[in-house]
Ligand binder design. Structure first.
Ligand SMILES: [Zn+2]
Length: 243
């Protein structure tokens, strides 16, 4: 029996919550992932307010309409998530998935005066000239204006390093977006570790960094397979995410 787009998206997004919790990249019962299920992006799935990622099942995900004014008053909808994810899906129909996290190393880099992801290895080079930086942190965002502003920043770049806050990765494939937010955290961990030695970094040349980034862009099937393997692992540990 083949699954509908919504059914498959529910399973893949639920798996992503479980994987991210398994990897310790979540923040308490905060952070949100969403995925569009209609061609115009207005119908989208979102995790319910304050439910731990490691408990989320496919059937727990809320199906919301970005234009519905009643969403903000629902007890199971986090208003910050509604204003940000709802606006992004409404304004950018090509964005099929939005992942937002505060992973430790990515957030540490985001809090530096100069939050550049310096290319010093294969992982950091993946983001060479390929990540937007937002330096406008102004407290917890719960306005549609803030959502529209972030959508504007995501328009030309699927990756947004949110200064003093965390990261947002958007895309058209859940598996690719998962692998991207994970590799970014790994890149930042390597950068923080290298910087913590206090010794000068041996920074890759622009040519090598650019070539490495282009090589990454040719292997999205690697990213998809990473996600499939992690999904298999989750199914072995606790298959209830598929319920
Ligand atoms: Zn946040």
């Amino acid at each position: 029996m083949s699954l509908t787009l919504e059914e498959q998206t529910r399973i893949d997004l639920a798996a992503t919550f479980r994987i991210i919790a398994h990897l310790g990249m979540h923040e308490a019962v905060a952070n949100h992932f969403s995925a569009a299920v209609s061609p115009d992006g207005k119908q989208f799935l979102l995790n319910p307010k304050w439910m731990h990622f490691s408990r989320i099942k496919a059937s727990d995900l809320l199906l919301l309409n970005a234009d519905d004014p009643n969403n903000a008053s629902r007890n199971d909808v986090d208003p910050t998530a509604m204003s940000i994810h709802g606006q992004i899906h409404r304004l950018l129909p090509d964005v099929r998935v939005v992942l937002h996290l505060h992973p430790v190393y990515t957030t540490a880099i985001s809090a530096l005066e100069n939050p550049t992801i310096t290319p010093i290895d294969q992982n950091t080079a993946r983001y060479f000239n390929r990540i937007s930086v937002d330096t406008m942190y102004g407290g917890m965002a719960d306005t549609t204006e803030e959502g529209a502003r972030l959508a504007g920043l995501l328009k030309d770049n699927t990756r947004l390093l949110m200064g003093n806050h965390g990261v947002m990765v958007a895309g058209n494939d859940i598996g690719v977006a998962f692998d991207d937010i994970w590799t970014l955290e790994r890149a930042c961990q390597i950068l923080v570790a290298a910087r913590s030695t206090g010794q000068p970094l041996k920074v890759l040349s622009d040519e090598v960094a650019e070539k490495t980034a282009q090589d990454w862009e040719k292997i999205t099937d690697f990213s998809k397979q990473h996600f499939e393997e992690m999904k298999q692992l989750m199914a072995t540990i606790d298959p209830s995410f598929m319920d």
